[in-house]
Design a protein around this ligand. Structure first.
Ligand code: HEC
Ligand code: HEC
Ligand code: HEC
Ligand code: HEC
Ligand code: HEC
Ligand code: HEC
Length: 342
């Protein structure tokens, strides 16, 4: 995944903007309804004559300009007329690399992180691997794994643009139910943009309880991940197609659902938690040195950190204190409250 910028006018302006911002030392970009992101100008009157902000993804109005952020009518770099440097993910990263101020996928979020500059990093290597290289894949698909393998840039029924058909399989008519709260850092623009306009949310992660509702298929999150990791969707007592067994993953319940143990994008040492649910930053506050905290949190697994939320196998130890308890007492010193409760 290359992080190269694309050089068309809007984004060039936007790069200049961010350079200027850097020189003007922390003069943060403040989004407004007609200028929601650096270099992006949108109309504020919608199809019904009401004032509303146009969004980049979806809610396209008659007078939209959004298409031009990503497509070039005559000079595209792909058959889908996209503008990018090397791979499609470069296009997404022109805005989602921190340029916008919000939704920076190179920084921690509910989806984890795309960033290989820290210790213990692992991620979905978009732009470099084939979809059927997913562990547990049962269907041939040599298409490249891209941001748009999981997201629909034109909008979806899901607030995080998640597709309901992934890798050719429709896993649900309703996408993953996420708990989203308005980002307090952007309360001014959130208050100014009307119900269908630009709103900036923080994700608290998937909602597990609502998936009990009769019209929502259970295990939605695991079903989503298993569109590619097909052979990983199983209860513990049923062998996988390849004959191996897996910890129960075919449940919407906390701890038995991909999202309890894994991020969707990637992980690294700044995000990894221990059994107490603490991070390197928490131990720093507690007086540990950076070296000490990192050496403690480092994921030393042979297979790497595997996009986990917890370091090594901390997640197992936190849960098997109360659920299916193991026959050995916890060691003094740490506390063991990190069990995913939702
Ligand atoms: C944020 C970037 C972005 C914006 C904005 C955007 N597109 Fe796309 N578009 C894409 C990507 C990425 C693909 C390739 C999707 C894929 O391969 O799954 C695509 C594919 C398409 C396709 C091919 C069919 C399809 O759905 O795969 C059409 C047609 C299209 N876009 C039209 C539009 C129009 C019209 C607009 C504006 C109303 C628009 N796009 C806005 C990123 C964007
Ligand atoms: C021109 C800048 C730009 C580009 C390029 C861009 N985005 Fe966005 N993205 C935004 C903005 C602005 C928002 C805030 C919501 C909105 O305007 O729709 C956003 C929001 C999102 C969200 C959060 C959900 C939401 O709708 O609020 C996701 C997920 C996302 N983008 C994915 C992508 C993907 C995948 C690509 C590449 C195909 C991409 N973006 C390319 C500007 C961009
Ligand atoms: C394997 C599927 C997958 C791939 C590949 C993927 N995403 Fe996501 N993305 C998700 C899921 C799932 C979420 C919601 C996670 C949550 O909040 O629990 C998400 C959330 C997001 C968000 C919102 C982040 C926030 O601040 O809450 C953005 C923006 C985004 N993705 C952009 C991208 C971009 C850009 C790429 C490619 C570089 C990408 N995604 C690749 C699955 C994926
Ligand atoms: C569109 C297909 C696709 C979807 C959907 C998908 N993955 Fe993957 N995943 C892959 C591919 C391809 C690889 C191997 C890629 C690589 O080596 O980077 C992979 C690798 C992984 C790995 C191993 C990473 C490592 O460092 O060894 C984990 C863990 C993982 N995925 C978890 C998930 C979870 C959790 C979800 C749901 C949020 C998910 N995947 C959804 C395609 C997918
Ligand atoms: C949030 C709770 C939770 C987490 C996290 C968790 N487990 Fe489990 N585990 C369970 C439950 C509940 C069962 C029994 C239900 C079942 O059969 O799947 C179970 C069953 C098991 C069993 C079979 C036990 C038996 O009595 O036959 C093993 C072994 C196991 N887990 C190991 C692990 C490992 C290794 C990890 C870390 C990767 C882990 N567990 C993480 C809840 C959890
Ligand atoms: C209870 C926690 C837990 C749950 C639930 C869970 N995983 Fe994992 N996963 C792990 C751990 C721990 C590892 C590291 C494997 C190891 O060291 O044995 C891992 C590794 C992986 C890998 C890397 C390849 C491998 O097999 O080691 C993939 C891919 C993966 N998980 C996908 C998934 C998917 C997809 C789901 C949901 C269907 C899921 N995981 C659910 C804890 C979990």
């Amino acid at each position: 995944m290359s992080k190269m910028k694309i050089g068309f006018t809007a984004l060039f302006t936007l790069i200049l903007f961010s350079m200027f911002a850097a020189f003007a030392s922390a003069a943060e970009f403040v989004p407004t309804p007609s200028n929601p992101a650096p270099g992006i100008n949108v109309g504020t009157i919608d199809n019904n004559g009401n004032e509303a902000t146009h969004r980049t993804h979806g809610n396209f109005q008659n007078n939209t300009n959004s298409c031009g952020n990503c497509h070039s009518t005559h000079n595209g770099d792909s058959a889908t007329l996209l503008k990018f440097e090397e791979t499609e993910s470069d296009l997404c990263l022109t805005c989602h690399d921190g340029t916008l101020g919000f939704y920076n996928v190179e920084k921690s979020s509910g989806a984890g992180v795309f960033n290989s500059s820290h210790n213990s990093s692992s991620m979905h290597n978009v732009g470099t691997v084939a979809i059927d290289s997913a562990p547990g894949s049962l269907t041939a698909n040599e298409e490249e794994l891209q941001c748009s393998s999981c997201h629909n840039p034109h909008g979806s029924v899901n607030d995080r643009l998640l597709k309901t058909t992934v890798n050719g399989k429709t896993y649900s008519t309703k996408a993953i139910d996420l708990e989203l709260v308005e980002d307090p850092a952007y309360s001014a623009i959130n208050a100014s943009t009307g119900p269908t306009g630009l709103k900036i949310y923080q994700s608290k992660g998937p909602v597990f309880v609502n998936q009990d509702l009769p019209d929502v298929p259970q295990r939605v999150y695991s079903n989503f991940c298993s569109t590619c990791h097909e052979d990983y969707l199983k209860s513990r007592t049923t062998a996988r197609v390849d004959g191996h067994y897996t910890h129960t993953t075919s449940s919407y319940k906390a701890g038995r659902n991909c999202a309890s143990c894994h991020y969707a994008h990637g992980t690294d040492i700044t995000l990894l938690k221990d059994t107490a649910g603490k991070t390197v930053a928490d131990y720093r506050k507690q007086g540990w040195s950076q070296e000490q905290a990192e050496a403690y949190m480092k994921d030393i697994s042979a297979g790497g950190s595997a996009i986990k939320k917890y370091t090594n196998m901390a997640v197992c130890w936190s849960c098997h204190q109360s659920t299916a308890k193991i026959d050995t007492p916890p060691v003094a010193g740490g506390n063991y409250q990190g069990k995913p409760t939702r």
